[in-house]
Design a binder for this molecule. Structure first.
Ligand SMILES: CC(C)(COP(=O)(O)OP(=O)(O)OC[C@H]1O[C@@H](n2cnc3c(N)ncnc32)[C@H](O)[C@@H]1OP(=O)(O)O)[C@@H](O)C(=O)NCCC(=O)NCCS
Length: 218
């Protein structure tokens, strides 16, 4: 989908985080963006969990998960994992996920089954706009683990962690209107539908409408 900014579920912002941008503007005396810089969170000392899932860091052993995710062409369109990755490409993607927090982009988690430890999906909390009090979230579940409430539980766990970040007040999800399961996940995990953003972004070479959902700190 080219280099256009992608904010929907599962996407990873390619542009530098606002936190870094604001610092850069301050240094150059170009004014500010209306926000104040906010410290990035540390990796959670207690893995966020809900229901049957736990959120953990990526390891090199997650190559099979990445290969499974990459078998769904839509996952390739909305994120940085290439479609049908080789094990080497899967590992490169994992390494990028492991570096997201140090880059200031956010936290990229593996969603694992709490009992067996099996990696079943991925979920991210993207913090480019943390200085404005906002984050976006995105998720993908490996095809053979879908339809069992994994994404809903992972999103609930992610939100619990999100509200431990003092500067964060709003978490957004951008979902294509046809993506029924994602819409259900959003609603079931406490997000409210705010409206339709027409022709909001390009995915797979085509402009797409996106539904905006948000959860706010109580
Ligand atoms: C979207 C996705 C993460 C959902 O994962 P999941 O673990 O299967 O989701 P859940 O099992 O929690 O199911 C979510 C809801 O959608 C419903 N659902 C699933 N498939 C559906 C379909 N084809 N039509 C209608 N509802 C559907 C489920 O019944 C469930 O609703 P319920 O909780 O009210 O019963 C997964 O399909 C995926 O990875 N898709 C590709 C990547 C993607 O689209 N990511 C999100 C971008 S916004």
């Amino acid at each position: 989908m080219g280099l256009s900014p992608r904010w929907l579920c599962s996407s990873v912002p390619r542009r530098p985080p606002v936190v870094a941008l604001a610092d850069d503007l301050d240094r150059r005396g170009l004014g500010n963006t209306g926000g104040v810089s906010a410290p990035l969170p540390s990796w959670p000392s207690t893995p966020p969990s809900h229901g049957s899932v736990v959120l953990r860091a990526f390891t090199d052993d997650d190559v099979p998960l990445a290969v499974e995710l990459g078998a769904d062409p839509y996952v390739g369109l909305i994120g940085t994992l290439v479609a049908r990755p080789t094990p080497e490409q899967a590992l490169e993607w994992i390494r990028r996920q492991q570096g997201r927090l140090a880059e200031g982009r956010g936290l990229s988690f593996v969603v694992a089954d709490r009992d067996s430890g099996t990696a079943v999906g991925t979920i991210g909390l993207w913090l480019r706009e943390l200085s404005e009090g906002r984050a976006t979230a995105g998720f993908s579940v490996a095809p053979r683990h879908r339809g069992r409430g994994v994404a809903g539980s992972a999103t609930t766990a992610l939100l619990s962690f999100a509200w431990t970040i003092p500067a964060l007040h709003r978490v957004e999800l951008y979902i294509e209107p046809w993506n029924t399961s994602s819409l259900r996940v959003a609603e079931a995990s406490g997000f409210q539908r705010e409206g339709l953003l027409r022709s909001h972004q390009e995915i797979g070479g085509r402009r797409r409408d996106m539904l905006l959902f948000a959860a706010t700190r109580d």
